[in-house]
Design a binder for this molecule. Sequence first.
Ligand SMILES: [Zn+2]
Length: 429
Amino acid sequence: MDVDDHAEELASDLGVDKAEVKQDLENLVQYSVPIEEAKQSVRRKHGGGSSGGSAPTSKDVGDVTTGDGNVTVSVRVLSVGTRTIRYQGEDQTIREGELADGTGRISYTAWQDFGFEPGDSLTVGNANVREWDGAPELNLGQSTTVAMSDEEVDVPYEVGGEADLIDIDPGDRGRVLDVQVLEVEQKTIDGRDGETTILSGVVGDETAKLPFTDWSPHPDIQPGASLRLSDVYVREFRGVPSVNLSEHTTVSELDADVEVAEEAPKMGVGEAVATGGMFDVEVVGSLLAVRDGSGLIERCPECGRVVQNGQCRSHGEVDAEDDMRVKAIIDDGSGTLTAVLDRELTERVYGDDMDAALDAAREAMDREVVADDIREEVVGREFRVRGNLSVDEYGANLDATEFAESDDDPAERARDALQRLVGTQGVEA
Ligand SMILES: [Zn+2]
């Protein structure tokens, strides 16, 4: 709904002139007052009283905000995930997923089994709104009512939780994924109930590859197996989405093999960064600078962190080990990220191995000469970088698995750059 629709609704509720109501609403919205609060305020001005308070308000999903207390919504169930969590010392099985109507979609957590399934149309009464990750989420508890509706709620979204790997995001629950298992490894971890065996590895489909963890090892999880994973949830792990299987996940073998993309999805830097992190992605951009902390570096033998003057932040004075890396700023006009090259890729860029780099540093009595040589080699050139992109408070970092000079046509690149200049600055071409 836009301001005009809200004004229309309000005007008919209050029995006043729409133009006047709209003017008031627009004034408030212009000062960043949330639309619901603005409506309440206009209501009060026209003596309509408050529709808020503790009584739940019937709302469109798209209008639910974190400022709402309790709401009633008529929705379609998009997904239902089951998860057992430890709450106040007790194991409790909860249901989570997404609900939607024609105006939007919203996550929910149900603290009891209301018996609804993906595809059901419902009226959820007196659901508590809470904030989760900055967005409103519905909490369905003891005081919530759920009534099945015969009338199907139309939604512009996929019902059932099926998704391609490229489209899933941290926070997703109740997902159904068709994947091929690419790598799997058994691990023993110190869980909350003592030592536990879990599986971790990589799954793929035609669109992407992602890491996974199976907290309740399913025997069908074998390298090369094409499987349907029903009821998985998605978490962020080291800045990329990670697929999580639990004891509630069902794993079934598929008749046909799931094809896995050999190539990483190619994206603009801005687009890739906007995804919030990707396990395997390829970008092309100009290398603007080689950051400090590149070339010859020293790491703590205990934790692998980079150390300065032999001092690790966690382990104090350590016998540091030599290593090489490059942290390169890559820019394609749509965004910027830091490509991080490991020793192998760095040696290739440097044109010689680490022993040679150490010799050069000794000869110059300055370790920086190695980074300087690398700078001279790469700055200003254009590279194709493939790897795992993480986006967090430390910025956008692409852990490179491949790094090579771009073979894109330079003339075409120049035209693209000019096009961007025309687009952003209105320069006459
Ligand atoms: Zn350390």
